[in-house]
Design a binder for this molecule. Structure first.
Ligand code: AR6
Length: 231
């Protein structure tokens, strides 16, 4: 039985990955492991210094909205370590809500290695971007641009030169990108969250009325972007 990934287009493709991974996308039939999946980091909670407790509430509110609306899709909140505060908060709060654990769960791992290191297939990954949509900086942004190769910067530039806080930009990856060939990721969705770090542009100076509104908008745009590539 060949390994397979879902294909939003339904076209048959064969992607040869590193080591012994041969991935076949099949003809539209969906088995449980083919469910369109978006992996996302917690937007704004590291470099952008957004309050974790407030962010966790917003993540769950937005996740719940999405999973109640979209039938055949999964969302996965990812962070690098088992000690992740945001993952613990979200897990604890999710347990108190009525969220289907097949449609939303947390996962520990590098968002650029979810399949090759963690065995988790994700069609799309979200990037906690900067407003210039540039590689580097740190965190998820640096890791994703570096893992995707120059293709991501080229494809991003074709679509936009910058991003407003609260907005997302869907970027299809060419099959030559290692994120596609090795990990099976077909789309990166850049998201710009609210910034509470005075060292970074557009700092909201602890204005959590504005900040929470922008973080909600960011997740709405991200999940709408994801919905647009699976429908
Ligand atoms: N895999 C999974 N999760 C990660 C990874 C990774 N490789 N790297 C970081 N995280 P951050 P922000 C988690 O700082 O707060 C950049 O410099 C991290 O632990 O990436 O939105 C950009 O250029 C945290 O839970 O994003 C922007 O200027 C989450 O990802 C700025 O940072 C988000 O942390 C954006 O800051």
């Amino acid at each position: 039985q060949p390994e397979d990934i879902s294909s939003s287009s339904g076209n048959a493709k064969e992607i040869k990955g590193g080591e012994n991974i041969v991935v076949h996308a099949v003809d539209g039939t969906v088995s449980s492991k083919d469910i369109p999946t978006l992996a996302f980091p917690s937007i704004s909670t590291a470099d952008f210094q957004f309050n974790h407790e407030k962010a966790a509430d917003i993540i769950l509110e937005k996740v719940e909205e999405f999973v109640n609306k979209v039938e055949n899709a999964r969302l996965v909140l990812v962070d690098l370590s088992h000690g992740s505060k945001i993952l613990s908060l979200v897990r604890a709060k999710a347990a108190q809500r009525n969220i289907d654990s097949n449609k939303f769960f947390t996962f520990v791992g590098d968002i650029t290695r979810l399949y090759s290191k963690g065995g988790l297939r994700c069609n799309a990954i979200a990037n906690a971007a900067n407003w210039r949509l540039k590689p580097g900086g740190g965190g998820a942004n640096a890791a994703i641009f570096s893992a995707a190769g120059p293709e991501l910067e080229v494809e991003t530039k074709k679509r936009a030169g910058s991003l407003i806080p609260g907005k997302a930009l869907v970027v299809p990856l060419p099959s030559t990108s290692p994120l596609f060939s090795r990990e099976g990721v077909t789309h990166v969705i850049h998201v710009l969250g609210p910034n509470m770090n005075p060292q970074r542009p557009n700092c909201l100076d602890n204005d959590y009325v504005k900040g929470s509104k922008v973080l909600r908008e960011a997740y709405t745009s991200l999940f709408e972007g994801f919905a647009s590539i699976i429908n």
